[in-house]
Design a protein around this ligand. Structure first.
Ligand code: ZN
Length: 328
């Protein structure tokens, strides 16, 4: 038997053994880092990541500094054998398997646009999971239904004016653009979303879009996908994006916000919107429980979440599944 692996939290989730260490999703650049996906709260240079995430790193930070490992491939990294599995969260997102330890990163059991369904490995000793939506009242409707609802809304709006959708710029934005392409409407996005969408196209997506000029609001029948922040009421500051949305709505257009949080909270006061949709690329409470059951970790579960949802979910796992669970 080799030395056992210690699991702790610090600058990332730290796995150490015999004086060597790797860091999963560290907040800051460091040696031995492994990055699960390209959302900004996970993305640091100099780490091991998928080629897709490396391209996202390049367009979002300008850095090319990283080592690429594809989904399904294995590599020894700072003394640990690391293997990547799809996480279904965003393009290039992965779960990481390290010698009996599986770390989920952010994941969605329903998959997402260009991120295939997760396919966790067998024989896991310790499962380390996210629990963003780990509380019982976090329940998402089926994703296919949410996407159909968004499509119907866009279809109804487009007869009167432009449809504006505020979405997280990596992942949800492309999912919404894909719906617009399916409906055959003209899709407009700001440059930051366009650059990320080009990475999707490099990996086989077929997104069609034009760059948005904030000073010339697109007319009826078009879809405009913008970052969430554009829909938030400005507090005295100048916000050209917000002004454009306001002008579109004055001429018959409508706006909507898509986020998993829409399943729990209402955003009609804090944002300039006419509709909201609970589109999520995370697992909800039920998904999380089912996932733990499917993986059946032999030694137990570790939930990494500082929020209230982490302890709540760990308690549910112990009670309902009889699997030992602790918080990191
Ligand atoms: Zn994420």
């Amino acid at each position: 038997m080799g030395e056992s692996i210690e699991i702790a939290s610090g600058n990332g989730i730290l796995l150490s053994r015999g004086g060597v260490e790797i860091a999963l999703d560290p907040k800051r650049k460091r040696e031995g880092a492994v990055v699960s996906h390209g959302h900004m709260d996970h993305l640091v240079p100099g780490a091991l990541m998928t080629p897709e995430t490396l391209d996202i790193l390049r367009v979002r930070t300008g850095s090319h500094e990283a080592e690429a490992l594809g989904i399904g491939e294995e590599r020894c990294w700072n003394g640990f054998d690391v293997r990547f599995h799809s996480a279904g969260h965003v393009l290039g997102s992965v779960m990481m398997e390290m010698e009996g330890i599986l770390y989920t990163g952010d994941f969605s059991p329903e998959g997402s646009f260009f991120s295939p369904l997760p396919n966790p490995p067998q024989g896991v000793d310790v499962l380390i999971t996210e629990a963003t939506y780990g509380e019982r009242d976090f329940v998402f409707p089926p994703k296919t239904r949410v996407l159909e609802d968004i499509m119907s809304w866009m279809d109804a709006v487009s007869a009167e004016g432009a449809a504006v959708v505020g979405a997280y710029e990596f992942g949800k934005a492309q999912e919404i653009m894909n719906i617009g392409n399916k409906l055959g409407v003209d899709v407009f996005v700001p440059e930051a979303i366009a650059n990320i969408s080009k990475v999707y196209n490099k990996y086989g997506a077929d997104l069609h879009f034009s760059i948005l000029d904030e000073n010339t609001p697109p007319g009826p029948g078009s879809l405009v996908v913008v970052p969430n922040s554009w829909l938030r009421h400005p507090k005295g500051k100048e916000k050209p994006g917000y002004d454009m949305v306001r002008d579109i709505r004055k001429t018959g257009g409508r706006s909507a916000f898509v986020s998993g949080w829409c399943a729990v909270y209402k955003y009609f006061r804090s944002m300039l919107i006419d509709a909201q949709f609970p589109l999520s690329d995370h697992a909800d409470h039920h998904h999380l429980l089912s996932f733990v059951m499917a993986v059946e970790p032999k030694e137990g579960l570790i939930v990494h979440s500082r929020k209230k949802s982490g302890p709540a979910f760990a308690a549910d796992v112990e009670k309902e599944l009889g699997i030992k669970a602790r918080i990191l």
